[in-house]
Design a protein around this ligand. Sequence first.
Ligand code: FES
Length: 68
Amino acid sequence: MSAPDGARVMCLCHGVTWADIRTAVDGGAETFEEVRRQTGCGKSCAMCVERIRGEVDALLGQSGRQGG
Ligand code: FES
């Protein structure tokens, strides 16, 4: 599997891209809730929440940090 394209929109309601999520994790976010606070994702229809949570967990796993 290839890594997601950074420009891929993960949260349609708020225009949050995969790169935005990665930036939040790189900047220290360690849970989906922190990523949500920083990016604004998942605050409307919430259809993106499980997908983004999975991406956050994967990024944390890759960087050796704990998911949550
Ligand atoms: S797609 Fe993210 S809140 Fe609707």
